[in-house]
Ligand binder design. Structure first.
Ligand code: NAI
Ligand code: MG
Length: 489
């Protein structure tokens, strides 16, 4: 591990209770759970462990705030201004929030500062500007009638988010929900509750009325399931594992909730021999190793054209081996620990499977250090399509490199997965780039780039990678219902 040159101060922990109806409160059961610093395995703070009773209080508060206003009936411009104010308050506290995110999640503070936080602020501003631009249309129906549609908020939104981008996932869900006039019951991930609670406080300071945003920290099968089953909640937006989404879909059946899912992936990243190989190598390493490999869209199946295979793997290996692992609060750290013991164990078990199945480990291949959930950046080459490391989402810094020679075969192999979140191709051949973009079944295609996100560009999955889209206008629509009004003239 590299020696830190400059380490920033540990942030203050201000909020550890449930935030319900504008008030901080303990869980009704009085229970708490520990949130851990994954770099040291030490407890950062004990946090209220909400469950069904707390979700019930939160859902009632959100329902009241929705049904009786003022949020859903507020002038849309004023609603937009409150969201802008929240973005401004987050910006004022950007360094502190980046440090808190880094502490709770383990991501390098420089990434939180340069990527997560700017995207959070931009997402909220993007949707703030949308608040007064949500409108229906007039429809020329048969007969002497005037018919039009209104776009109305869907109501109370239950939102369940994961731990890999805690604040960003909150922003992706709060932005469109708030702009549409919905109220919110959010359950943050049990691994990373701290920044979401801080955001709730800032939302209150920004003038978002009590009851509009409620945050109930706790576990999935208790607090999360209670959100999904609660009859006063109209919609659930979930990000996480597809197996959890399957449980949520079953649990939501009784109340027929609207559901949107943003799930995992095993995204193909394809490098053709004619690509700018230096850029392609840098983009490929970034597309997999960024955020400790804990990205739903990680480019974890790297297909390299045979002509350049060995040279390209050598470049990737050098980049991976050069990554500096260490204290996430050090400004020169490139890679921090995995989020928790469970993820750490899961990743190491996949590395073991890679060895057993006969892939060649080019670099890494084990844990790093004795303390904290650090995993070495690992590259396997000689991976074939049926190996577990080519099929399963590992969600860690483990890259699988596969070889290809034939383009048609490559397209078939790229699509041979039940996932369909993202895909990338690196080439100077514009026809191949377009062919790839058209034929690969995934919600996002990157050409000569990776992990380019923007609040205006919809994101989500084909197949078992999701349902519906987040971000952009599509992301907003997922928080509205369309109402048709017809008037006899
Ligand atoms: P998970 O899907 O279990 O957790 C995500 C969220 O869902 C958390 O807030 C959790 O408390 C909640 N949850 C869990 N069970 C629930 C239930 N029955 N009802 C309602 N909510 C529930 O994901 P987990 O266990 O944290 O990670 C496991 C794997 O999932 C990872 O290794 C990775 O492969 C994948 N994953 C994918 C993510 C993505 O961005 N697509 C994010 C996190 C994990
Ligand atoms: Mg889980």
């Amino acid at each position: 591990m590299a020696i830190a040159t400059e380490t920033i101060r540990k942030p203050k922990i201000r909020h550890t209770q449930c935030f319900i109806d504008g008030k901080w409160q303990d869980a009704a059961s009085g229970k708490t759970f520990a949130t851990i610093d994954p770099a040291t395995e030490e407890t950062i703070a004990d946090v209220a462990e909400g469950d069904a009773a707390d979700v019930d209080r939160a859902a009632k508060a959100a329902r009241r705030a929705f049904d009786s206003g003022p949020w859903s009936r507020m002038d849309a411009r004023d609603r937009g201004r409150a969201i802008y104010r929240l973005a401004d308050l987050i910006e004022e506290e950007i360094d502190e929030l980046a440090a808190l995110e880094s502490l709770d999640n383990g991501k390098p503070v420089k990434d939180a500062r340069a990527a997560d936080l700017p995207l959070v602020i931009d997402c909220l501003r993007y949707y703030a500007g949308f608040a007064d631009k949500i409108h229906g249309s007039t429809i020329p129906i048969r007969g002497n009638y005037f018919s039009y549609t209104r776009r109305e908020p869907v109501g109370v939104a239950g939102q369940i988010i994961p731990w890999n981008f805690p604040m960003l996932m909150a922003a992706w869900k709060w932005g469109p929900a708030l702009a549409a006039g919905c109220t919110i019951v959010m359950k943050p991930a049990e691994q990373t509750p701290l920044t979401c609670l801080r955001m709730a406080q800032l939302a209150q300071e920004a003038g978002i009325p009590d009851g509009v945003i409620n945050v109930v920290p706790g576990y999935g099968p208790t607090a999360g399931a209670a959100v999904v089953k609660h009859p006063l909640i109209d919609k659930v937006a979930f990000t996480g594992e597809h197996r959890t989404a399957q449980i949520i879909m079953r649990d939501a059946a009784d109340s027929l909730k609207r559901l949107t899912f943003e799930l995992g992936g095993k995204s193909p990243n394809v490098i053709l021999a004619d690509a700018d190989l230096e850029k392609a190598a840098a983009g490929t390493a970034f597309g997999l190793f960024f955020n400790q490999g804990q990205c739903c869209c990680a480019g974890s199946r790297v297909y390299v054209e045979d002509k350049i295979h060995d040279e390209f793997v050598a470049r990737l290996t050098e980049l991976a081996a050069g990554r500096r692992l260490g204290n996430p609060l050090s400004l020169d750290t490139d890679q921090g620990p995995q989020v928790d013991q469970a993820q750490f164990d899961k990743i190491l078990s996949y590395i073991e499977k890679g060895h057993q199945e006969g892939a060649q480990c080019r670099t890494g291949g084990g844990r790093s250090g004795e303390r904290g959930y650090f995993v070495q950046p690992t590259i396997f080459s000689g991976v074939t399509d049926n190996m577990a490391i080519a099929r399963d989402e590992i969600f860690g810094p483990v890259m699988s490199v596969l070889k290809f020679s034939d383009w048609e075969e490559l397209i078939t192999r790229a699509n041979d997965t039940f996932y369909g979140l993202a895909a990338a191709v690196w080439t100077r051949d514009i026809s191949k780039a377009h062919d790839f973009a058209r034929r690969v079944r995934a919600g996002t295609i990157w050409v000569n780039c990776y992990d380019v996100f923007d609040a205006a560009a919809p994101f989500g999955g084909f197949k078992m990678s999701g349902q519906g889209r987040e971000l952009g206008e599509e992301g907003l629509k997922a928080y509205t219902e369309s109402k048709t009004v017809t008037i006899a003239l």
